[in-house]
Design a protein around this ligand. Structure first.
Ligand code: CP
Length: 325
């Protein structure tokens, strides 16, 4: 079974959310529109809607996370679900319990959804394949494979600033090779109709099959960033690098870091994005990260609405059901 098939039910609706690859444009647009409806919940006096009341969601983060784990937790709480944050480092997996046994035990506690982050590509798919039929799995980032909710919150942020995807030039800069975010962004951008997606980085950090993903490859940052509407900077994923793929951090910053002078080559109204965590002075200058074109913290805020949208969609509830509660 292809990976994208397992995440849809027989009527083509999202049952799990594992990858953007293979999803049709209407599903991505549904997620963005649903998130738009949820985006004001965080500004209300009572930051809650009752859509997932009575549902139990378990966060299973086998890798560190600040943004993804906390915004999934906030999103679930804003939907009135009960949330379990499983501390993997103190769980019984450290005593030799297998992932499958852990899964069976959480199922026995009547969980309805697992949000999974793992350093192995394919981990969320493995969970989805083995869970009971009533349980949904959302991928919170698996190895260098996919980070679909990150890509969707990035699309939401781009749409808010630029409205029409079909007129944009988007430049993604840095460690594309190890980046699950870049892979998911490329699938989302091309599916939503962005005509010019560029990836920029040293040869050692660009996947060999990049051109097959429908992007243009640049090794010269100044060429690649020219006239871009959106500039997405990526962190060097040193934890996934094997061997020496890089010059020094200083040399990397000089060549591929986003400085104010390099940013001036993009369109004057270009927005600067970064999924975080950012490494100031390595891939981005502080003055750019904190500057007027940066939407980095907006991305974090938008992550809550996107995760509310995805969780409510896979559990079959939308904002329209709120009125019936
Ligand atoms: N963007 C992102 O996935 O950040 P975290 O690792 O902090 O979750």
């Amino acid at each position: 079974m292809k990976q994208q098939d397992i995440q849809l039910d027989s009527q083509g609706r999202l049952r799990h959310f594992l990858t953007i690859e293979g999803l049709k444009r209407n599903i991505l647009t549904d997620i963005l529109d649903t998130a738009e409806n949820f985006s004001t919940v965080g500004t209300r006096n009572v930051k809650k809607v009752p859509l997932l009341r009575g549902k139990t969601i378990a966060n299973l983060f086998f890798e560190p996370s600040t943004r993804t784990r906390t915004t999934f937790e906030l999103a679930a709480k804003r939907l009135s679900a009960d949330v379990l944050n499983i501390n993997i480092s103190t769980s019984s997996t450290t005593k030799g319990e297998s992932l499958l046994d852990m899964l069976r035990n959480l199922e026995a506690m009547h969980c309805d959804m697992f949000v999974v982050r793992h350093n192995a590509s394919g981990a969320a798919h493995f969970f989805a394949k083995h869970v009971a039929p009533h349980i949904s799995v959302i991928n919170g980032g698996d190895g260098s494979h996919a980070h679909p909710t990150q890509a969707m919150l990035d699309m939401f942020t781009i749409r808010r600033h630029k409205q029409d995807f079909t007129k944009l030039t988007v430049a993604i800069v840095g460690d594309i090779l190890h980046s699950r975010v870049a892979r998911s962004q490329i699938h989302a951008l091309t599916t939503l109709g962005v005509p010019e997606v560029r990836v920029i980085g040293p040869q050692t950090l660009i996947p060999k099959d990049a051109a097959g993903l429908g992007v243009h490859v640049y090794h010269d940052m100044k060429e690649g960033i020219r006239d871009a509407d959106v500039v997405i900077m990526l962190r060097l994923q040193r934890e996934r690098m094997q061997g020496a793929l890089l010059p020094s951090a200083n040399e990397y910053y000089r060549t591929y870091g986003l400085s104010p002078s390099k940013l001036r080559l993009a369109k004057p109204d270009a927005i600067v994005m970064h999924p975080g965590p950012i490494n100031r002075g390595v891939e981005i200058a502080s003055s750019v990260a904190d500057g007027p074109q940066s939407v980095i913290l907006e991305q974090v805020t938008n992550g809550i609405a996107i995760r509310m949208a995805v969780m409510s969609m896979v559990l079959g509830r939308g904002p329209e059901e709120e009125a019936e509660e």
